[in-house]
Design a protein around this ligand. Structure first.
Ligand code: MN
Length: 383
């Protein structure tokens, strides 16, 4: 594999530099100047691995460039990530409504069914009624996250545009608008839709508010910034129905979800001298409770809410038997570092990975990584 020189035009940007360190084996030098916006210009030492190197480095677009590309496109397919959450669905729906407002043909495709609580976002589902000319991904950090169902793979071989806020975005799209400081992709998409000259209707405002509110745990997570609140304020002015949305998104739970929580709480365990709390649900238990697996997402905040716990783990067995592990970390502990060592990823406070094998193997593998992270000298100082 050849290494590249990465030249960043723009002011020193810690977020971008921390993003680039995901590719240490590919990057030889990082150079800076202060001319334009965030943009990466790179040199090839050898054309042979051109494509591989090309795919490894994200070419970061500005909001304006992304808006121009969307305005110039038609027959647009918007792709969400698998196991869809409020951000990817809210963004998929909002972008689709905005494109349609400009008279374009657009629809949304997702590998998994849209959870019923998000049906008010009114996503226009793609059923093959047009031949997509432009494929846009929203809130999708890597190709693997597109999923395999619903005919998705035939459209993920070539993704034209990507709008995302995951710093670990693998750069699979031709053009990527990436802002790791955005608490949700919706925060970034608000700027794009405004730049496209589309009026933020109450429906679009509701969609974007859903993305903002769900990705920030109703504006409580550390990712929430002043800009997150500013965008939320503009969405409220545009007609977002905050009270109804918050009740629907945060204060309403199906009985099946309560039943699953009861079972998971019975499995609560403490490890590493109480610094790590763990809960799990087997496939049988998930099926027995009748819960929609999408409704289990928010269970992942329970173990970390216990006093003294630095890392909270939630293990959910998937239909194929593997365990999906959600890692939540207290201040000073890096959840993403834990998940990444097991092939996963995410954010500093919330990350995840998936492990094959039985429950005991999955537990011991993740606990070993949690212990390594908690015992890191830097972690001890910070926490
Ligand atoms: Mn998101």
């Amino acid at each position: 594999m050849n290494t590249v020189n990465v030249y960043i035009k723009g002011q020193e940007d810690k977020e971008l530099i921390s993003f680039l360190r995901y590719f240490p084996s590919r990057i030889k030098n990082i150079g800076m100047d202060a001319v334009f916006d965030r943009q990466i210009v790179y040199d090839y030492k050898d054309g042979r691995n051109h494509l591989e190197v090309d795919a490894a480095v994200v070419r970061v677009e500005t909001v304006q460039q992304m808006a121009e590309r969307l305005c110039a496109a038609d027959n647009i397919l918007v792709l969400c990530h698998k196991n869809p959450d409020g951000d990817t669905i809210g963004c998929g729906s909002a972008l689709c409504h905005a494109l349609k407002a400009l008279g374009k043909t657009a629809a949304v495709l997702c590998s998994d069914a849209v959870p019923s609580r998000y049906s008010f976002t009114a996503p226009v589902p793609f059923r093959g009624e047009f031949e997509p000319k432009t494929v846009v991904a929203v809130d999708v950090a890597s190709v693997q996250l597109f999923g395999e169902n619903n005919g998705v793979p035939q459209y993920t071989r070539h993704v034209d545009l990507c709008i995302d806020h995951h710093t670990g975005n693998s750069g699979y799209a031709d053009f990527t608008l990436l802002d790791g400081n955005a608490a949700a992709t919706a925060e970034l998409l608000y700027e794009v839709i405004s730049e496209m000259g589309v009026e933020i209707t109450p429906l679009i405002a509701n969609c974007l508010y859903t993305g903002l509110a769900t990705d920030t745990g109703c504006f409580r997570f550390s990712s929430t910034t002043a800009n997150t609140h500013l965008v939320a304020a503009k969405l409220i002015l545009a007609g977002a129905q905050v009270e109804e949305l918050n009740t629907l998104l945060f204060d309403t739970k199906p009985r099946e979800r309560m039943e699953a929580e009861r079972i998971a709480r019975n499995h609560l365990e403490y490890h590493l001298e109480g610094r790590c709390a763990l809960m799990y649900l087997t496939r049988d238990e998930i099926e027995q409770s009748g819960v929609d697996p999408a409704d289990l997402e928010e269970l992942t905040s329970l173990p970390i809410s216990i006093e003294g716990v630095k890392v909270g783990l939630t293990l959910r067995q998937q239909p194929g038997g593997s365990y999906r592990i959600s890692v939540r970390a207290a201040k000073g502990v890096d959840a993403c570092a834990i998940a990444r060592r097991l092939g996963g990823g995410g954010h500093t406070r919330a990350a995840g990975c998936e492990l094959l094998g039985n429950l005991d193997n999955a537990k011991s593998a993740i606990l070993a990584e949690v212990e390594a992270e908690l015992d890191r000298p830097e972690t001890q100082e910070e926490s």
